[in-house]
Ligand binder design. Structure first.
Ligand SMILES: *Cc1c(COP(=O)(O)O)cnc(C)c1O
Length: 352
């Protein structure tokens, strides 16, 4: 039986993408060679890289002046690369602290300069997104996390700021329509909504780079990677290829406009059940609820064994909440069909 995969990451990918990826591993482009055993400088792979980068630009409707990179080291590497490349010597950065990932990002930034936490929901278990905060003058950039994967909150409206806006979009990129030109730098680990682990997408406005006065090691320098077309060293070929396939799938299915409608419908269905079913209670504040990661708890924790067993029987995978929050988390990334949500809701209704 096919599982209903609510995994938070690495996450569900479209079935047709997995099939194509499997084929390419044995015989890529009818070359009688595997995708993972040919040169990354071969014509066939260079085309993959170009196509992946162009799909990112098209899907996000990015204006001229942005570069797209596929790097390694995960989103976690971007926690330090962003500060290394943007935080001036003796400079200051502002961070919005909305969860574990933001906290990890600002910890790295402290290695490079002063960090101001402009807002935090830590005291309340990261159940909401702080609003109406101010960023002081002379700040080099403001860093926000668009979707808090662990707590199930999401920024609906991004701050208007005079400084650079940097966003960790790991768990909701390509899930909803935004004006992406409001960001100066976006990064996202591939494994949440785009592909397998191993590649990290970085989108950066060229004009903001090279202004810190620091000497940056080549591998951590965006300008080096840009000058080499994201091929400064061997790129993660498999992860880039599968990301390209997922983006093709997204484009073929109407792009972000269409997927956003589906994601909204999926979230509406599940949140309505959480709010109407007396056995369950939502974790995040309603106005900040994420469309991607839905966090909730049983009202009576003694029923968890029964609920877990019902989930198992229904073939539901990955619903366990993050270890720091407990309870349940339904991650509903782009490739998760609405049918899986219906199956989850049926199980929730069986609980008495
Ligand atoms: C998963 C996640 C990360 C960490 O990603 P890695 O690729 O494992 O380093 C960072 N930020 C957010 C929002 C995430 O969901």
């Amino acid at each position: 039986m096919k599982k209903h995969n609510f995994s938070a990451g690495p996450c569900i990918l479209p079935q047709e993408v997995l099939k194509k990826a499997a084929n390419a591993v044995s015989n890529f482009n009818d070359l009688d060679l595997s995708l993972i055993e040919i040169s990354h400088r071969s014509k066939d792979f260079v085309e993959v890289m170009e196509k992946a980068k162009n799909l990112v630009k098209e899907l996000l409707n990015l204006p001229e002046g942005y570069s797209v990179l596929f790097l390694q080291g995960g989103a976690s590497m971007q926690f330090l690369m962003t500060s290394y490349n943007l935080l001036k010597e003796n400079g200051k950065a502002a961070y919005l602290d909305t969860g574990t990932w933001s906290a990890k990002a600002l910890k790295e930034a402290k290695l490079f300069g002063e960090v101001e936490i402009v807002g935090s929901s830590k005291e309340k278990g990261y159940t909401f997104i702080p609003k109406n905060y101010a960023v002081s003058l002379g700040t080099d950039y403001l860093h926000v996390t668009s979707n808090n994967t662990i707590y199930g909150t999401q920024i609906k409206e991004f701050p208007k700021t005079d400084t650079l806006l940097v966003c960790d979009m790991s768990s909701d990129i390509f899930s909803r329509q935004l004006d992406f030109s409001q960001f100066d730098l976006i990064y996202a680990g591939a494994q949440k909504n785009m592909g397998p682990a191993g590649a990290t997408l970085v989108i950066v406005k060229d004009e903001i780079l090279g202004k810190t006065g620091r000497n940056i090691p080549s591998m951590l320098d965006y300008q080096v990677h840009i000058s080499k077309g994201s091929m400064f060293n061997t790129p993660p070929v498999f992860a880039v290829y599968v990301s390209m396939l997922t983006l093709e799938w997204l484009q073929k299915n109407g792009g972000i406009t269409e997927i956003e409608k589906k994601n909204e419908a999926k979230a509406a269905l599940l949140y309505a059940e959480i709010d109407n079913n007396p056995e369950f209670i939502g974790y995040a504040e309603k106005e900040d609820r994420s469309l991607m990661n839905v966090t909730f708890n049983l009202v009576d924790k003694n029923k968890s064994e029964e609920f877990d067993s019902l989930l198992n029987i229904a073939g539901i995978n990955g619903l366990k909440g993050h270890r720091s929050v407990g309870g349940y988390r339904a991650s509903m990334y782009n490739a998760l069909p609405i049918e899986s949500i219906q199956v989850l809701i049926d199980v929730m209704r069986k609980l008495k």
